[in-house]
Design a protein around this ligand. Sequence first.
Ligand SMILES: Cc1cc2nc3c(=O)[nH]c(=O)nc-3n(C[C@H](O)[C@H](O)[C@H](O)COP(=O)(O)OP(=O)(O)OC[C@H]3O[C@@H](n4cnc5c(N)ncnc54)[C@H](O)[C@@H]3O)c2cc1C
Length: 489
Amino acid sequence: MRKVTVIGSGFSGLAAASFVAKQGCEVTLIEKNSSIGGRARAFSAAGFTYDMGPSWYWMPDIFERFFAEFGKKPSDYYNLVQLDPGFQIVFGKDDTLAIPAKLEGIYEVFESIEKGSADKLKQFLEEGAFKYKVGMNELVYKPSFSWLEFASMEVITGAARLHMFKPVSKYVRGFFKDERLIALMEFPVLFLGAMANQIPALYSLMNYAALSMGTWYPMGGMIEIVKGMESLALSMGVQVKTGCEAEEIVVAGNRAKEIRTNNGVIATDGIIASGDYHHIEQNLLAKEYRTYSEDYWDKRTLAPSSLIFYLGVSKKIKKLIHHNLFFDASMDQHSKEIYEQPEWPSSPLFYVCCPSKTDPMVAPIGMENLFILIPIAPGLEDTQEIRQKYFDIVIKRLEDLCGDEIKSYIVYNKSYCVNDFKADYHAYKGNAYGLANTLRQTAALKPSMRNKKVKNMFYAGQLTVPGPGVPPALVSGQVAAQQLLKNLK
Ligand SMILES: Cc1cc2nc3c(=O)[nH]c(=O)nc-3n(C[C@H](O)[C@H](O)[C@H](O)COP(=O)(O)OP(=O)(O)OC[C@H]3O[C@@H](n4cnc5c(N)ncnc54)[C@H](O)[C@@H]3O)c2cc1C
């Protein structure tokens, strides 16, 4: 029986482990932290349970497709509910745009803001549906070793409709004029780690996902997906070792032979490295076995890092719903401070997740569980004083915009930022979401899934294809597993 080691227990590692084990390999999944899930871990404190990272459940079809590979459904593992409204954007104290779950409701909202925009939205979403279909069927589930992989009939004949070379911002402005509708339509691609003017309009398929497919929530939190995937992996025979950090990969004759960990040596016939790609190449492999140089990494455009506050509040906050985007400051200015001249934002946009609006299990009765996230440039200086400064700024804004006193009701407060991403995940420059999906970092232009010098070593996760986000991580694990299995044959 072939022995395979998966390094890292995020979504991509968990997915890869199950796929490889399903084909009869003996799989050991090692994780440096004491619990699994990577960026999607959870913790409990003072009666609250916090998802540490992802909170938006989009593209439910990708999760269904993943579990279906094993004859399962998401509902075998967790209970999904659709959020209605899906989310709201707060532009000012009395200026909030809530997005209903049903398309009819969304069309009404659009029409009430800009005459004729409901028809425009229909057309936009029809084009989005085409991009989504081609994207998911022809583009995403590919290792992206060569552009030829994408040369299917549907891609070639539909190339013009995929809008690969038009930025999302320009594309959106061809449909809508109202600044609030533009902000709403540009927001979903922020998940891809760059501004809408840097991202190909192909990715407006994200709007289709956000508006047509709905925003969902697994009761109990995103950690329920991790638990479901762990249970699946265990049922496939995967052995999961936490507190086990890979420290060196020993290569002989261009094949990885063993992994030295803080907890012993693991002999291996193949590796899927789903931890931070840069860390694994630069720190675990001898120089002659690295595909990329330090200079290469330094030139990549990373997706942002984040300053996060996990708060417990001993009262209900009326204005908030489950997902709240606070866009009451200049997006242009904030994005310049992330991408062009990296510095702490002068007036940050921020996001507040309040899962206690949906889920009574995540906070004591009568209280709110708040997750506040400020996107920031990766690699910024991270000190307690800076965190405190932004805590004060954001809480003050939140209080003003919600018309509610919050600070004096905070009963639990924990922050998380660049230094934590580095310490917990070995995240390159403390990034939160991996590499940005800009045109120059798409598909074959991303760090490759295969190590070109170590033949039985493949990479998965948010620094390789297809990119950042939970659904892409599932896909990445699946594709990396297929490539390793081919190699082992
Ligand atoms: C704050 C935040 C919010 C997000 N919000 C969303 C969202 O709402 N929706 C969405 O779809 N996506 C979201 N994302 C993105 C998404 O969570 C990630 O893209 C995805 O979870 C990454 O999975 P992964 O498997 O690539 O990596 P990770 O989850 O980082 O897993 C890699 C694992 O490898 C381990 N590891 C690293 N080095 C070693 C080593 N040497 N030995 C052993 N183990 C090692 C790490 O500890 C880690 O557990 C968010 C991310 C963050 C950080």
